[in-house]
Ligand binder design. Structure first.
Ligand code: SF4
Length: 350
């Protein structure tokens, strides 16, 4: 089996932890699991050039075991890979608090070399496959975000930043707050490439080209690695059903917005996530093609069941979509998967 095929199986089956691993690492507190959004929960491991976050599944045929002082991945009792367990940062494990008694991890979460800054707790949107919108909506002070980021950088090797988390409410105060977050971190940490994840938006709440262009111009002066605008789904009915508020921008408006962003920011700076498994494969492939022909980087995420909706795509489905996505992106001289391999831990990727 190729490494990426193992990764796809791990995304589907997750891993079981051997009793030795449980005792040596988990119970002793030496190793902690990630407990983040639904897409980032479980054990993050790496082998060769693969990073993958695996759910913990007592019935999985994949076992993480400790053999001859080496952590290994076993399948059906055979060792197939030596692996490294990627742990959350120490301040996350120890739930360290800032001077106001709040966990640093509320503000900044680390996945290997990437620090994710979370300006907004909760979310103004209501995507049905997401658990972020279950938390109370709150804008965090920039000072406290920076405080946490300084700690993260001091104690860890950080190679890129992501500003993500919830979508702001559609009012000019919250939009202005988010603009200030982008400008503040983009300028202060201009040695680190920055990935900004947002729903389509302008400099303010106006839904017009002038407002969008002002927003892109504001981002263009930053050390921007990516602007992530996740289309999520292609099928119109599925969009209405699963992403009702995101669908405030229609599919066409999403695509037009990303195309305009590409004109201002450059090819393959804009990237877009597609959820695989929540709509039929034909629609997923259409989404990939629409993105690729606009030189928008395609990110494939396996659907992780939530709220009793749908099922995860099988490894076979993931592989089929991935291979077709590769052909399509090659055809349009476009790109597939996140630039940094540690950011691909929850992606369907090679
Ligand atoms: S916009 Fe993003 S964070 Fe908000 S509910 Fe949708 S998927 Fe979750």
């Amino acid at each position: 089996m190729k490494d990426y095929e193992i990764k796809l199986e791990l995304l589907f089956y997750g891993v079981r932890l051997s009793n030795t691993v449980k005792k040596e690492f988990i119970t002793s507190g030496k190793v902690e699991l990630f407990n983040d959004y639904i897409t980032c929960t479980g054990m993050m491991i790496s082998f060769n050039n693969q990073y993958v976050t695996c759910k913990i599944n007592e019935n999985s045929k994949y076992i993480v075991d400790f053999v001859n002082n080496q952590i290994c991945l076993k399948k059906d009792n055979n060792i197939i890979k030596k692996i490294i367990i990627i742990e959350p940062a120490k301040y996350m494990i120890n739930n360290e608090l800032n001077r106001y008694g709040q966990p640093y991890s509320d503000y900044v979460v680390i996945h290997k070399f990437r620090a994710r800054i979370q300006p907004i707790n909760g979310c103004a949107y209501d995507c049905k496959f997401c658990n972020d919108n279950l938390y109370e909506y709150q804008k965090y002070p920039i000072e406290l975000l920076d405080d946490a980021l300084q700690k993260a950088i001091k104690e860890n090797e950080i190679k890129n930043l992501l500003i993500s988390a919830g979508t702001p409410k559609r009012n000019n105060i919250d939009y202005e707050y988010q603009n200030n977050v982008y400008k503040y971190f983009g300028k202060k940490y201009d040695n680190l490439p920055i990935d900004i994840m947002t729903a389509p938006r302008g400099i303010d709440t106006n839904k017009n080209k002038d407002s969008y262009i002002k927003f892109f111009k504001m981002l263009k002066v930053l050390n921007l690695a990516d602007l992530s605008v996740n289309l999520e789904l292609y099928n119109e009915e599925a969009r209405r059903k699963y992403i009702p508020l995101k669908n405030y921008y229609s599919r066409k408006e999403y695509l037009d917005y990303m195309q305009l962003a590409t004109e201002y920011l450059g090819n393959n700076i804009v990237k877009s996530g597609i959820i695989v498994g929540l709509e039929n494969e034909g629609d997923t492939l259409k989404a990939i093609e629409e993105l690729a022909k606009r030189k928008i980087r395609v990110i494939l995420s396996p659907y992780i069941p939530f709220n009793n909706i749908g099922k995860s795509p099988t490894p076979e489905v993931m592989k089929r979509i991935l291979l077709r996505a590769k052909e399509i992106t090659n055809k349009y001289d476009s790109t597939l998967s996140s630039k940094y391999i540690w950011c691909r831990h929850n992606e369907i990727s090679f």
